[in-house]
Structure formats: C-alpha cells, structure tokens
Design a binder for this molecule. Structure first.
Ligand SMILES: C[C@H](CCC(=O)NCCS(=O)(=O)O)[C@H]1CC[C@H]2[C@@H]3CC[C@@H]4C[C@H](O)CC[C@]4(C)[C@H]3C[C@H](O)[C@]12C
Length: 324
C-alpha cells in the first residue's frame, strides 16, 4: 500500500509513502531541461521543465513513482490493482503510455489548470516499458498549491476527480474512498460532548476521545481516513523545518512497521521510503525504513540546463546522535 498527501504553508508540499515488500532499486532522479524525453506515440521532447523525483532508472529512462517539476506541480502514482484499466493507442487523442504519465504531465504543465487541459485530450495506454516491466496498475494524485486531482483509468474511461481531501491511498476507487469518509462525520480533534444519552453520566476520561473511531489499521480505506483527518487538522508553523517536519508527521500516521502486514508467509509490507517534496523550491526530502534522518536533494544545486540524468541513491544507514 501507499499513501500520498499534499500540504500548504508558505510553500507547497507533496509526498508519499512507498509501502511494499521489496524495492525495485529506486533513486532520487533529476531530469534536466535538455535531457530529451522520448514518448512512445508523441515524439521526442527535447526541451522541457526540469523534474526531480523518485524513479527506477531503466536504460537511462526514469520510471518515476513520484515527482515535482520546477514550476511547483507534483504527481505520485499509487497501486490501484484490480481497478485500473488502460486502453490501446488509438491515434485520436494524445496516446500516453502509463509509465510515461508523470514525465508527460510534469515536462510541459506549469500548474493544475494547464494539466486539466492536457488530461482532457489524453488516452492512457497499457503499453509496457519493456518485457521486464509490465504496466503497473496505478492511479495518481496530481497537485499544485491551488488544489489536487485524482486520476483513475478504469473500465468506463479516464476519471478525473477534484481531491479536496488532499490524500490518496489504494483501493477502492476514489469516489468510494470519499464516500466512506461520511462514516467519520462525528470525529473531531476537540473533546466530545455526551450525545449518547442524557440518562447516562458519560464523560471524557482521556484526551483525544474526539477522534475515537478513527480506524487504526493498515487497510487502504483506513489509511485514507486517518491520513485525511491528520492532514485536514494539521497545524504547523510555516518555516521550512516546521512544514517539512509536520509533513513527515502526517505521513507518519500511516506508516507500516515490519510485522503488521503479512503479504506472504514471513513476508511483510513496510514503508520503504517516505518523501516530502517542496514543490515551490524544488527540494526532495526523504526518510527510509532504516534511516530516520531527513535527507534532501535540491534540484537547484544541479545544472538544470544540462542533458544528463542525475541520480542519487537513498542513504539507508541509520545515524544516531549520541548526546553525551
Ligand atoms: C509497487 C509500487 C506500489 C506499492 C504499493 O502500492 N503497494 C501496495 C500493494 S497493494 O495495493 O496492497 O496491492 C508501485 C508504485 C510506482 C510503481 C512503478 C512506476 C514506474 C514503473 C511503471 C512500469 O509500468 C512498471 C515498473 C515501474 C517501475 C513501477 C513499479 C511498481 O509498480 C511501483 C514502484
């Protein structure tokens, strides 16, 4: 499972957890402005916005999982297995292979409005990257500081939803996830009043009882509700440290410790990495399962006019600061 979220303070942030039982060997990857992007059906784009994100680099091609561009637009792909249905290229609309979706949007759209117009004329195809990489069943969150969309290619077409919750997890489809939030209409960060019965002398015996009933398990619908509640009630200062710190707390509410989600005999899904991109400033922050120190890769510290891919492996070593 995975969870993605957006966050707005002075700057705009977007990030995700990547939860799985193994890693594909992903790296923080910068696609500079003059690195030609070959699209399967749409020609080669020689010049474009610079992009930074997490990608598996295959044959010098960045297969992005999540990324931002230099204009402040961000996007993340999350598993949507069993519901995603892609089409064949038709030569009518813009045919875009599922694995090219993130570079397709981020290379040419400066904001959500431009992306909406692009999505209106797009056909998402099932074309695999190669025989080693069959097309992944995904859905996406696409966001800038003005709002967020969820994009789902399903049996009856390409669905584009406004996403006022600012979070995305996995199944079920997004409209059902939003509907299920109705179940939690009574939840609040404030202490509850006794609406149960005036005939009983009920009272709060602990702090935090306003959100009693918020699900604590790791299922996708439960993570959706928990991440949405945490994000929508989030309070932080607007400095970079406070914003990034708070963002990691939002996604920390849905992180997966090894042992709680068994996917096969003795195999467990864990939060392999958590990212937080400052989309305004082009900085990719991350932590990994084994390294809690927030580490940053800043696209503007690289030559963005270059034409070579730049990639950094995630630092995995936990560093404990010994205070005495
Ligand atoms: C496995 C991950 C989702 C984790 C998740 O959600 N786990 C819950 C399982 S469950 O929801 O409970 O069933 C997803 C998220 C992004 C994906 C890559 C996107 C680029 C590229 C697209 C190509 O077409 C295929 C290879 C490719 C490298 C993809 C591999 C893999 O698919 C990645 C890593």
């Amino acid at each position: 499972m995975c969870t993605a979220a957006t966050y707005l303070t002075k700057d705009f942030y977007i990030g995700r957890t990547l939860d799985y039982e193994f890693s594909y060997g992903e790296e923080i990857t910068i696609l500079p402005r003059n690195y030609p992007i070959p699209f399967r059906f749409m020609g080669i784009r020689e010049n474009h916005y610079a992009i930074i994100g997490m990608a598996h680099v295959a044959g010098n091609y960045p297969l992005y999982y999540d990324a931002i561009n230099e204009k402040g637009l961000g996007m993340a792909g999350l598993n949507f297995v069993g519901n995603s249905v892609y089409r064949k290229p038709e030569g009518v609309k813009d045919d875009v292979a599922q694995f090219e979706f993130i570079p397709w949007v981020l290379s040419q759209c400066a904001n959500l409005d431009e992306a909406r117009a692009l999505l209106d004329r797009m056909n998402l195809t099932d074309t695999p990257y190669s025989e080693h990489f069959p097309s992944a069943g995904l859905h996406w969150i696409l966001a800038d500081r003005t709002g967020a969309l969820t994009i789902e290619s399903v049996a009856d077409g390409l669905k584009i939803y406004e996403n006022p919750a600012g979070v995305l997890t996995n199944n079920p489809p997004f409209d059902q996830q939003m509907f299920l939030l109705n179940n939690y209409i009574g939840l609040s960060p404030k202490q509850p009043e006794n609406h149960f019965s005036e005939q009983l002398p009920l009272s709060c015996y602990s702090r935090g009882m306003g959100a009693l009933g918020l699900p604590g398990d790791l299922s996708s619908a439960s993570r959706f509700a928990r991440a949405a509640f945490t994000r929508l009630h989030s309070v932080s200062g607007d400095s970079e440290e406070e914003s990034v710190g708070q963002f990691f707390h939002i996604l920390g509410s849905v992180e997966q410790p090894r042992g709680c989600c068994e996917v096969a005999d003795g195999k467990y899904e864990i939060t392999i990495y958590t990212s937080c991109c400052n989309a305004t400033r082009g900085i990719y922050y991350y932590t990994t399962y084994t390294n809690h120190q927030i580490t940053a890769v800043d696209m503007h510290r690289e030559n963005l006019d270059g034409n070579e891919l730049i990639h950094y492996p995630m630092l995995q070593q936990e560093r404990i600061f010994h205070q005495n």
